[in-house]
Design a protein around this ligand. Structure first.
Ligand code: ADP
Ligand code: ZN
Ligand code: ZN
Length: 804
């Protein structure tokens, strides 16, 4: 008898341990680690992942596995191991870690289907009966008995059939008409089946023989390749020489785009020098973490492409991570343009069906490159040769929900596992990474100059306090407005950047000072112009904009703050001739709209691109010669020790949009704190000086990279309960950790209440605390029952990126 150690999917109990189940005889050939199964658990049947297969068990009266969901493992042995590590490091459940590595589509309810890849008569008779003229059979209809199942397994291994998940998705699976050769033609000379005068028919059959390898080919393609009409193919089908079929096509979100082969420029000397050590480590199969610091426009992406080229040549695979917002069509085009169909693209704008299709290309080894946002780091490649993290400093690489992992941390783990290099690239590496590079933990590579040697753009700082004194109440300083006009005249383009973080439009009564707050969270509601509602960004609460103040019934209730809409209105007033494209959550919520707006701007259909964070990165348009930053300090005052670093990074990124080509660029930064060091160093493009000063600040404050942080947040509806529990957890931590470690708090969280729960937090600052994750895991386990009962909410965040 064989046994399976299964990680079950329940949210209560002592969860991080596996449960043993007997593998029934009929499933014994099938079950492998990494498959999902259905098992009895108490009175219910639930899902779980087979973690290990063992020959014995200590559990008396083990129950048998009820069913198997994946005839192929969805998690590789590497990913199982990674999940285990991740669960411990990020203090989450194993099941959560595993679930996060597979696409949502197969997590959700989906139909499993056996699909025939070749002719019915290739199957053993038992299965022929099962299929009987169909080419798909639902997995549920397959008799779960030993004989049948082992035949299924063999057929799967021989690729005579495969398992597909039919996702109940709005985008239906697409099929296209195709043809293949009938058996008759395959085994005979063409002249035996055709009249030699039927030249076109002959050509088609000949083509099919030489090109199709017995597989079906889309009719459209045959017609195009041979310049024959549909009638020729129809005749062959009527003669039973060709067989008509529906070919499943992947839902390819990029299918109607043409990807021009992307030029492959000769490398500059700087690029050659940087590529060299990367290639060496590829060849030596060495795990080297590289930190590639290259100013904006220095050709980092070209380095990635060259390194990937090498990896593909050796038959290995590469993962490229880019932040969600810079996963623009332009970016995708560069990879697809160079590597064509060898690339799968994973990002959140895809429907779950599309995402699953892309994942499946990876799973089935049909592609060698995965380009995607954070979760693409779990791409199920088994032969990784390289991992790349572009814009490695980006906060979005940290997942703010369980498992709270950082993609960089996972990429480094996988790089080590596969013995391959990891490239972390950025114009403004995070201070933590830069410090590691300085200490020799990462190898530092630098590209200090732009590819075409264009200078970094000069930066003007305007003090908005002076503008106010001069009586200028507009959001535009005089100098910015002047420069915008100048670009309009010269027919050049400008980008205007408005930082939305920590800066939102709220409504206030001018008579009594009333501001609208969320009734469930301690946070002001944000005004949305589109539907004239005020909304809570934390819990989703919304209400119609009141026309009278609820407190004093005055009609002087107005919205304040600067939103992109308001800036746009002002632009239209000041520069009525300017064509403006606005990009923010409101204008880009529909699928594909992001891409459309950018393409339109790229074609020169607008003079000014006005937007939020989403325009800070990745734009590479030659006609942009002016970048304006409307409010540089909005982020500086957030309760976050990375505020200065983030400000510096953002200013540098936005500046990098201007003057990337032959036309020289310029930058205007508007600020109320012109002397702040992050603004001053950004003005001078002086990354190293900024880092030096920031290091000093961090040392003083006891922050990373001098200390590691862990944040424990406790939330409950009853404020007394929260305080008590937070006290208890804090004193437990203080007693269990070393005296050098600081446990700060409990204190009220910066947002004191979210979704009707009061929030308290403890911050742990430590240098060396080998048992910390064990201790935190104990705490999580201790409060597991209360959390499952939905009473307490305890979140543990290792290396937190957000402090709200
Ligand atoms: P980064 O990723 O560092 O911002 P990119 O790789 O996007 O820089 O390069 C900036 C621009 O220079 C792109 O338009 C790119 O096609 C071009 N480029 C990169 N390398 C070269 C090269 N060796 N010769 C000519 N042009 C190059
Ligand atoms: Zn009022
Ligand atoms: Zn709320």
């Amino acid at each position: 008898m064989m046994y399976a150690r299964v990680i079950v999917d329940v949210a209560a109990g002592q969860i991080n341990k596996p449960f043993d189940y007997a593998i029934p005889d009929e499933l014994s050939h099938l079950i492998r680690p990494g498959m999902r199964v259905i098992v009895p658990f108490g009175p219910r049947k639930i899902q779980g992942f087979v973690w290990k297969v063992a020959e014995s068990t200590d559990v008396p009266n083990v129950k048998p596995i009820a069913d198997v969901l994946d005839p192929h493992p969805v998690l590789t042995s590497e990913l199982l191991e990674l999940g285990e590590w991740l669960a411990k490091e990020t203090v989450c459940f194993l099941i959560t870690a595993f679930q996060s590595m597979i696409p949502a589509a197969i997590r959700a309810k989906s139909k499993k289907i056996l699909q025939l890849n070749s002719e019915n008569d290739q199957l053993p008779p038992v299965l022929q009966v099962l299929f009987q003229g169909k080419h798909k059979v639902e997995w549920d209809k397959v008799p779960k008995e030993k004989g049948t199942l082992s035949l299924v397994k063999q057929a799967l291994e021989k690729n005579i059939m495969e398992v597909v998940y039919e996702v109940k998705d709005k985008t239906r699976k697409k099929t296209i008409p195709a043809v293949k050769l009938s058996r008759e033609v395959r085994d005979q000379s063409l002249l035996d089946v055709l009249d030699s005068r039927a030249k076109k028919q002959y050509a088609v059959l000949d083509y099919m023989r030489n090109h199709s390898d017995g597989k079906s080919v889309p009719i459209q393609r045959v017609m195009e390749d041979l310049a024959v009409t549909r009638q020729v193919i129809r005749t062959l089908i009527q003669k039973n020489l060709l067989i008509e079929e529906e070919l499943e096509s992947y839902r390819d979100p990029y299918e109607n785009r043409e990807f021009h082969t992307f030029p492959r420029p000769a490398l500059t000397e700087g690029q050659t020098n940087v590529l060299e050590p990367i290639v060496q480590s590829l060849e030596k199969k060495e795990h080297v973490p590289f930190l590639l610091r290259g100013v904006t426009g220095s050709g980092k992406t070209e380095i990635y492409l060259r390194a990937i080229e090498r990896v593909i040549k050796t038959g290995k695979e590469a993962i490229v991570l880019v932040p969600e917002i810079s996963l623009t069509p332009q970016m995708v085009e560069r990879f697809k343009g160079r590597f064509g169909s060898k690339v799968a693209v994973l990002h959140s704008a895809l429907s779950s069906g599309e995402k699953y299709d892309e994942w499946r290309k990876i799973h089935r080894k049909e592609v060698q490159v995965a380009v995607g946002a954070r979760s693409a780091v779990f791409a199920p490649f088994e032969n990784l040769g390289l991992l790349i993290i572009d814009e490695e400093h980006e906060g979005s690489y940290k997942q703010e929900d369980h498992p709270r992992y950082h993609a960089r941390q996972v990429a480094l783990w996988r790089g080590k596992y596969h013995g391959c290099p990891v490239i972390m690239g950025s114009a403004t590496p995070s201070l933590e990474s830069y410090a590691r590079a300085k200490r020799g933990v990462y190898r530092l590579l630098e590209l200090p100059e732009r590819v075409n040697n264009t200078a970094l753009p000069p930066v003007h700082i305007t003090d908005m306090r002076t503008e106010l004194k001069k009586g200028n109440r507009s959001v535009f300083s005089e100098i910015l407005l002047e420069k915008l006009k100048d670009r309009l005249q010269k027919n050049e383009q400008s980008v205007l950047f408005l930082n939305r973080r920590g800066y939102s439009t709220f409504i206030m009564c001018r008579d009594c000072g009333y501001t609208a707050e969320c009734p469930h969270c301690e946070i002001t509601l944000t005004y949305h112009h589109n539907d004239r509602k005020i909304k809570c960004h934390y819990c989703g609460y919304e209400e119609i904009l009141p026309s009278l103040c609820p407190e004093c019934h005055s009609d002087q209730i107005r919205f304040f703050g600067t939103g992109t809409q308001k800036v746009e209105q002002e632009l239209t007033k000041l520069l009525p001739e300017a064509r403006v494209i606005r990009m923010d959550v409101d204008t880009t919520s529909r699928k594909g709209s992001h891409e459309k707006l950018l393409t339109s701007f790229g074609r020169g259909e607008a003079d000014i691109l006005l937007g939020t964070q989403m325009i800070a990165k990745g734009l590479d348009f030659p006609k942009i010669t002016l970048a304006g930053i409307l409010a540089a300090d909005t982020m500086l005052h957030l309760p976050d020790f990375r505020a200065s670093e983030r400000t510096f990074q953002l200013l540098t990124q936005v500046s990098g949009r201007a003057g990337r080509d032959k036309l020289a660029g310029e930058v205007v930064i508007q600020t109320y704190t012109p002397d702040h060091y992050s603004i001053q160093y950004a003005k001078h493009h002086d990354y190293e000086a900024f880092m030096l000063e920031e290091m000093g600040q961090r040392k003083q404050g006891g922050y990373p990279p001098y200390y590691y942080l862990a944040l424990v947040t406790i939330a409950h509806e009853d404020v007394v309960q929260v305080m008590k529990t937070a006290e208890k957890i804090a004193s437990y931590l203080k007693n269990s950790l070393s005296p050098e470690t600081k446990v700060l708090g409990p204190t009220v969280s910066p947002i004191a209440r979210i979704k009707d729960r009061y929030r308290y937090q403890c911050m742990i600052k430590y240098r060396n605390e080998p048992n910390l994750t064990d201790i935190l895991n104990q705490i999580a386990a201790r409060y597991q029952k209360e959390m499952a009962a939905d009473k307490f909410f305890i979140s543990i965040d290792m290396n937190p990126q957000m402090f709200m």
